[in-house]
Ligand binder design. Structure first.
Ligand SMILES: Cc1ncc(COP(=O)(O)O)c(C=O)c1O
Length: 366
């Protein structure tokens, strides 16, 4: 089976590039003495998670309980759910997940949730490992650093059915800061209170085994942060245009990781000499970025959304001329929500399909 046999639109993964991305991050982090627990929110694919573990990751982060349920069912170890599990229904499911995998870690940022988790774990006969989630300026989840985080850690330590394992701090507001120096400054400022909170807890006699955070954009910045034990990078394994544009340490493109993910589309109409239409539109790419997909290695062509099922190719010069039925690949603006649109991923070795992998946690946002 080759690329020509794949029904479009379809999601393709270039395995050579993907494998180099896994190796690049593993080499960097092991030299820096940090562990990697990659975020599966990017790919939602157990086969990718398996390969990340094989490349040295200690586990996998899941954004949601439902993602963790899929990963646990696939036998993926070392799961950390990075969003608070709140409410009776979800806490009940978390307890059933612990029946299958007692090592799953949860995060907390509120004392009521600590109490709810402790009661549920006691009733179910479990000891749940917990990280205190600290707000490092993202104004999303997380307790305030310092005393509020210390109070929560104490509440966890005082609950026999919970086991305090450490801290989580995700500085999402820094991940896409354009320019490496500006990113380093932003991430340094954001993460300092997390590391100070670690020292505060340890000073009060609470051992902190895990401090988890970081992103693809700040991977080589967070890796230098004493006190952070593991990184949660997600997009590095496949990359996208948004991350490419933030720039790296030595240029205006982030080329530390390769663009491994594309959407394959077919030209279904050629209505004018300067226009062609492909079968990939708003339902084939995430549309949350202010720029669209880019054709791979096709100068003279520009893509524009043309509705749910269609994309418009503007043929700007003779190099861009396309034929009816021709298949083209496009780089997605944002990998995570694009992968969430597909049931499967075609794992490619050149033009040959080496595997078809289920994106089994696709749509599992509950
Ligand atoms: C909690 C958390 N950790 C880590 C990440 C890092 O992901 P990425 O490397 O794709 O920026 C994210 C991304 O949204 C996240 O929400």
């Amino acid at each position: 089976v080759t690329r020509d046999d794949i029904p479009t639109p379809a999601l393709l993964l270039d395995l050579d590039r993907f494998e180099r991305n896994l190796r690049a991050v593993a080499i960097h982090l092991s030299a820096a003495g940090k562990r990697l627990r990659p975020h599966a929110k990017t790919h939602k694919c157990p086969e990718i998670a398996r390969r990340q573990i094989a490349a040295g990751a200690i586990g996998i982060v899941c954004a949601k309980l439902a993602e963790a349920e899929v990963m646990a069912a696939a036998g993926i170890p070392g799961l950390l759910i990075s969003t608070e599990v709140v409410g009776v229904e979800k806490i009940g499911r978390l307890m059933r997940l612990l029946d299958r995998d007692p090592d799953v870690l949860a995060v907390v940022d509120h004392p009521d949730n600590v109490g709810d988790l402790a009661r549920a774990a006691r009733a179910a006969g479990h000891v749940l490992g917990v990280l205190v989630d600290v707000d490092v300026g993202g104004r999303r989840t997380g307790a305030r650093p310092g005393e509020p985080a210390l109070a929560l850690a104490r509440a966890v330590v005082d609950s026999p059915s919970l086991r305090f394992r450490g801290l989580q701090g995700y500085a999402g507001q820094c991940a896409h800061v354009v320019g490496w120096a500006a990113r380093r400054e932003a991430a340094g400022k954001a993460m300092a209170p997390l590391i100070e909170t670690r020292s505060l807890l340890e000073g009060r006699g609470i051992p902190v085994e895990i401090v988890s955070g970081g992103s693809t954009g700040t991977y080589d910045i967070d890796s230098q942060l004493a006190g952070l034990t593991e990184l949660q990078c997600g997009s590095y394994c496949v990359m996208d245009l948004d991350y490419l544009r933030i720039g790296g340490r030595s240029g205006d493109r982030l080329t530390d990781f390769e663009m491994a993910l594309t959407v394959l589309a077919t030209v279904v109409s050629v209505p004018a000499p300067d226009l062609a239409i492909v079968d990939a539109g708003l339902k084939a790419f995430a549309t949350d970025r202010p720029f669209g997909p880019e054709p791979v290695e096709r100068p003279g062509l520009a893509y524009e959304f043309a509705g749910d099922e269609h994309g418009r190719l503007l043929i700007r010069d003779p190099r861009g001329v396309v034929q009816l039925g021709e298949r083209l690949e496009f780089l997605p603006p944002h990998c995570d929500p694009t992968m969430n649109l597909y049931d499967r991923l075609y794992a490619m070795r050149g033009r040959r399909v080496e595997g078809v992998w289920d994106i089994a946690a696709r749509g599992k946002s509950q």
